[in-house]
Design a protein around this ligand. Sequence first.
Ligand code: DAH
Length: 346
Amino acid sequence: MTEMSVLENLKQKALGELETIESAEALEAWRVTYLGKKSELVAVLRSLGSLPVEERKDVGGQANAVREELEAALEAREESMAEKFTGDPLGIDITLPGRPWLAGRLHPVTRIINEITDIFSSLGFSTVEGPEIELDRYNFDALNIPKEHPARDTMQTFWMDDVDEKGERHKLLRTHTSPMQVRFMEKYKEPPFRIIVPGRVYRYEATDASHLPMFHQVEGLLVDKDVTFADLKGTLYEFARRFFGPTRKVRFRCDFFPFVEPGVEMAIECGSCSGAGCRVCGDTGWLEILGAGMVHPNVLKGVGIDPEIYTGFAFGIGVERLPMLRYGVDDIRLFYSNDLRFLRQF
Ligand code: DAH
């Protein structure tokens, strides 16, 4: 038999078999038999060198044509099989369930901060931000907390390594957002001021269910002529009413912060027990959410504002407490462990 008729027989046999194939495995076996390295076709191609020159060209051309035809037939068969199984010429099985979309979303803490800034912006407050690496002058001194003041100890501070010529350290990670009160007044000089300052703060503290070395605060500052404690109460009541709803009780009690006088803490009625006392509120029925007070005359004087003409109030909200209270989250660490099972719920 000539090489030519070998090739022709081979082609007929292969195409005939291909017609009957119904499974992916059989299709692969067919490919190996007729187009694989050990196939007759490849054997013919390899033997071309031993043929007389005149035959070589014809046989080679024919062999390649057969190979192309078989490859095309294989592809067509694959497609028609896929179509048969799925009814779709692209071989997509439309009966399979879809892949769920992973939609991104805002972090619960970001959402709460946005909510707080929205409320205050509707009350006329602008939002500003400040540096997280602060100078002790802004974080402490200008807030009426001089060097030996015991209030410095209550703010466990992360100090930066940099020292001045006397070997003293001044740079720190801000322990609260209050330094922005001073930076803002120093820069804009002339009241009225009405700002809120959301941001990260840092304390050198052991981590537990209610403490982290990094958390968020939203600072507020309002300075103008004739600002009284009633303005402070009215503003913060309104905030609590909008954030927690109109029926939630609010309480003010005296507290001390060096940069305000008088100073207060504001608490809301515990949502878990409606004020009866439970584990969440430590049996008190109340939950503290912020510190506040009338801006201390020393703070105003320090930035060149006359406290006889201007008065003001300030407040500092602990942000993480709010989503914890609202959603019943009992461990602050959950917010920052990046567990999507937790974060997706918000
Ligand atoms: N900076 C205070 C803290 O981190 C919170 C605070 C209390 C801020 C009273 C204020 C304020 O503006 O008036 O503990």
